[in-house]
Design a protein around this ligand. Structure first.
Ligand SMILES: Nc1nc2c(ncn2[C@@H]2O[C@H](COP(=O)(O)OP(=O)(O)OP(=O)(O)O)[C@@H](O)[C@H]2O)c(=O)[nH]1
Ligand SMILES: [Mg+2]
Length: 513
């Protein structure tokens, strides 16, 4: 089998980047071993974004590599350096791509060049300890973890966006017609099912520009899977009108324009949903003498039955102008009725942002289950190997009112409290009102030097003292610079990661306790 060049249905697994972790770091200068927290934040992970691109006409790329992951955010660093953002991953899709979840629910119908869908949001970066410092917690010895990026499996299905769809038996001349009236150059041959994938052509009729889709041929029983089946009819679902291309010169027994038209209508009816679309009938191949005779024979009957009929020749071009103008008229009318969606740069989010209460507490056999966007996010951000970080989580939950709600519902000390998804939750022992931040602070929080005097205050005092003995010509800035030179020769500010070997307070026994 030939290698496919057009694919209109794929399953794609996308994963956004994880956010970088924040870092717990302390600023250090030579004579100021504890300058304050300076750990930077992690960068957010890249999101995965689907975007309608004008030059993409197939989903083939995703057929070849059906897994895509956006880059992670970088971790924060000392000296207030934030981690780099993970770049967003933009996945180009053709106009008319329908995005579904694996249950088949439509998440978005992507129409119009530039339409965007953030399909997987990058994880937030974790805050570094500098950003976590507060009046109560001046030098946090922990940082928040970056969060996982969202990941989701989706279905992409292309439904071509065109104004007019050409339908007809194989070899009726659909591809020949589109080649004759537009610059599209589909394959044309005298064997059935030459066309295996839809072709789009742009047709001009005066000042109206319309797009025409040529789809594979239909045969009787297509709805039962005969021929190419009728799956590809999805590519004419969006069309404002259909043009029946009927072969007047067919030599196959049992074929004639009247029966052909009835057979096509029958298949369209079995596919369903296209009943309301206006139809035009093109009797093709009138350049062939037999074809012209047959066209003359049936044209009145078809018109009497209410059809708008156009005898044409895709090869000679006869009659195609009238057909084009009739197509344009219908399209113009439908555009007036249903004006084109103007804003193309819509950013859609498939998941509603939690709008209700911040959390809820429900009793389950395993214990008290806390549900809610915030508590779950906070748990994900918590480094459970760090007691102070766990204390910070407890504080946040208390401030949100989780503890009060647990007490109100009758939770008792020692009860299990679960936060997270059913499959993956963190279990706590309920211990009401003990873990307020100040008490939780470990060794680092006890460092009173930081409390008495912030580094800037200390420096101001140093400078003020030196000002009394300065040379006449020295300004305050000169004094400050001289002090820096004298007191910190050759040593610029630096920082160390808490718990690392550079941490002056670090020793083995602490980390193993
Ligand atoms: N003489 C004549 N031949 C035509 C005309 N239109 C198409 N043909 C011929 O009919 C054959 C089939 O034409 P295609 O355009 O490939 O037909 P199709 O409807 O696209 O067929 P499938 O893609 O197989 O469904 C080719 O040999 C064409 O050259 C016409 O107006 N006059
Ligand atoms: Mg064709």
């Amino acid at each position: 089998m030939a290698v496919p060049t057009f694919v209109d249905r794929v399953t794609l697994h996308v994963e956004a980047g994880r956010g970088g972790h924040g870092v717990a770091s302390v600023h250090r200068e030579k004579f100021k071993p504890l300058g304050g927290p300076d750990g930077g934040n992690g960068g957010p992970g890249g999101s995965v974004i689907l975007r309608v691109e004008p030059d993409v006409s197939t989903l083939i790329d995703y057929h070849h590599s059906p897994k895509r992951k956006a880059p992670n955010g970088a971790g924060g660093a000392g000296d207030h350096r934030n981690g780099a953002h993970g770049a967003d991953m933009i996945l180009g899709v053709p106009d008319g791509t329908v995005v579904t979840d694996m249950q088949g629910n439509v998440l978005a119908d992507m129409i119009g060049v530039g339409a965007e869908l953030v399909i997987a949001q990058g994880g937030r970066g974790g805050l570094g300890n500098a950003a976590l410092a507060s009046a109560k917690r001046k030098a946090p010895g922990f940082a928040l973890l970056g969060e996982e990026g969202e990941s989701i499996e989706i279905g992409l299905e292309l439904k071509v966006v065109a104004d007019i769809g050409l339908v007809g038996y194989p070899s009726a001349g659909k591809s020949s017609l589109i080649a004759s009236i537009s610059r599209a150059r589909p394959k044309i041959a005298n064997y059935p099912f030459t066309t295996l994938v839809p072709n789009l052509g742009v047709v001009r009729a005066g000042d109206t520009v319309i797009t025409v889709a040529d789809v594979p041929g239909l045969i009787e029983g297509a709805a039962d899977g005969r021929g190419l089946g009728h799956d590809f009819l999805r590519h004419i679902e969006r069309c404002a009108a259909l043009v029946h291309v009927i072969d007047t010169a067919s030599i196959e027994p049992g074929r004639n324009p009247i029966d052909d038209l009835a057979a096509m209508e029958n298949e369209l009816a079995r596919y369903g949903g296209l009943e309301d679309r206006p139809r035009l009938v093109a009797l093709n191949k009138i350049d062939v003498p037999d074809g012209s005779d047959i066209a003359d024979m049936v044209i009145e009957e078809l018109r009497e039955a209410g059809h708008r009929v156009f005898p044409i020749s895709a090869v000679s071009g006869a009659g195609t102008k009238e057909l084009i103008y009739a197509m344009a008229e219908i399209v113009k009318e439908s555009r007036v009725e249903k004006p084109k969606v103007a804003p193309t740069r819509i950013v859609l989010r498939p998941w509603a942002i939690d709008g209700g209460a911040d959390f809820e507490v429900v009793r389950s056999p395993e214990g008290w289950r806390v549900r809610g966007e915030k508590p779950m996010r906070w748990v994900r951000q918590t480094d459970f190997s760090n007691e102070e970080a766990v204390g910070y989580l407890a504080d946040r939950l208390t401030r949100l009112g989780v503890e009060a709600e647990l007490l109100r519902q009758g939770a008792e000390e020692g009860d299990a409290v679960l936060i997270g998804t059913e499959a993956n939750s963190v279990v706590f022992d309920f211990k009401p009102s003990i873990e307020s931040g100040a008490e939780m602070l470990g060794r680092r929080g006890e460092d009173e030097r930081l409390r008495d005097e912030r580094p800037s205050a200390h420096r101001r005092r140093e400078i003020a003292e030196a000002m009394d003995e300065r040379d006449e010509s020295e300004t305050r800035a000169d004094v400050a610079r001289r002090l820096d030179r004298e007191m910190r020769p050759g040593v610029g500010p630096m920082s160390y990661v808490i718990g690392s070997e550079d941490d002056p307070d670090w020793n083995e026994s602490d980390t193993t306790k």
